[in-house]
Design a protein around this ligand. Sequence first.
Ligand SMILES: Cc1cc2nc3c(=O)[nH]c(=O)nc-3n(C[C@H](O)[C@H](O)[C@H](O)COP(=O)(O)OP(=O)(O)OC[C@H]3O[C@@H](n4cnc5c(N)ncnc54)[C@H](O)[C@@H]3O)c2cc1C
Length: 396
Amino acid sequence: MSADTHSDSQEYDIIIVGAGPAGISTALHLAQIAPKLVSRTLILEKSRHPRHKLCGGGVLPDGEVILKQLGLDITEVPHYDVDWAHFDYDGQGMTMRVEKKGQFAFRTIRRHEFDAWLADKARTLGFLIQENTEVKRVAVDGSGVTLETDQGTYRARVVVGADGSNSVIRRAVVPHENTHVARLLEVVTEPKPEASSHIQADSYFDFIVVPQGIRGYVWDFPSIEKGKPVRVRGVYDSNVNDVKPDIALRDALSEEFRRHGLDLGQYKLEGHPIRWFDAKAAFSAPRLLLVGDAAGADALYGEGISLALGYGGFAARAIKAAFEREDFTFQDYKATLLHSEMGRALRRRTWFAKFFYGFRSARLQSLFWRRLGWAIEWVVRTFLIEWARRQEKQKV
Ligand SMILES: Cc1cc2nc3c(=O)[nH]c(=O)nc-3n(C[C@H](O)[C@H](O)[C@H](O)COP(=O)(O)OP(=O)(O)OC[C@H]3O[C@@H](n4cnc5c(N)ncnc54)[C@H](O)[C@@H]3O)c2cc1C
């Protein structure tokens, strides 16, 4: 297309759509490996930081490894060091710290603070983040991508879809697809130690809902909100097969609240999907790359922050190579992702979700968590987490 055709649009080499962890990580990795591209990149964000993002805020050590590689220290953000993670069936099971020698299981942050902090880091490096700008339509042609937004038209040679589970960019990559989304409900409550059996410094994943056909768990994490301790609670349904649960998610969460002395009706309940990782799906198209939830998060637990941070490195390397070779087909992106430690962990998590949540028997779920915790811990450590550290070792 001629330059005239696009004379009304603002032109950049790279536009990243979405200033969540995946989009900002892509930018921060670009600054690290291809600093010349910083001034030629625009980040478009439909909200304005600090913006609300429904999330438990649990950041696994893999996420911290990626942040450290970017020279960032998560402890700059208000956070809670969760003492132990409990994996239970009906209140009994195993405990784990993700890092064996660690002093805590994992950390929790609140996303409006964490994401605003990350966005500030990108601004400090010279990135322009244009907020309050929602991408509505995407059109790809031979020389680039046109993005129509509620604030005007933009052109770029490459567009990164970091716009979350309901990604508009994904629809341009895969116009017709059977969606793979997990369903989640979340509530923030005050701590209620006098009524709950839960230790206040610990986090809990309880698989009590599996026999009811929910392919997931109910969770309860400690966190910090405006300097005060809170509990972030919710229910996760991976939705990895097409079986309708016997119980509505809301009712399952309501029962869990009753078990801990709370009335769900007293709190603000919010829901949001997570697109989970499917190795058969598309992750790019000529001039378009997907990262974070737009590409696919963890199906087993619905974990996505560390993965969003991880995706950013792959996208930045693909973009750098594309500009060096003047080849914007991104043909290798999917294979690179799938064969990486992160991609392997994601593939296994999808497989385990389909396998594990298939066991609806209460007796079996109880056996897994109460008797076979040692075996589960071995599987988790060996196959499902610590991908960032393994990736780091391979680079050395
Ligand atoms: C209830 C719930 C609990 C969760 N708990 C955890 C947890 O404890 N730990 C964990 O690791 N993960 C958790 N997750 C998953 C995690 O939140 C996501 O995986 C993570 O946010 C993905 O980051 P992202 O950058 O890909 O997308 P997002 O964080 O969704 O960011 C996308 C950004 O794009 C912007 N955007 C969207 N559309 C447009 C558009 N059209 N134009 C411009 N901008 C746009 C959005 O405003 C947003 O800022 C949870 C998710 C949910 C729903």
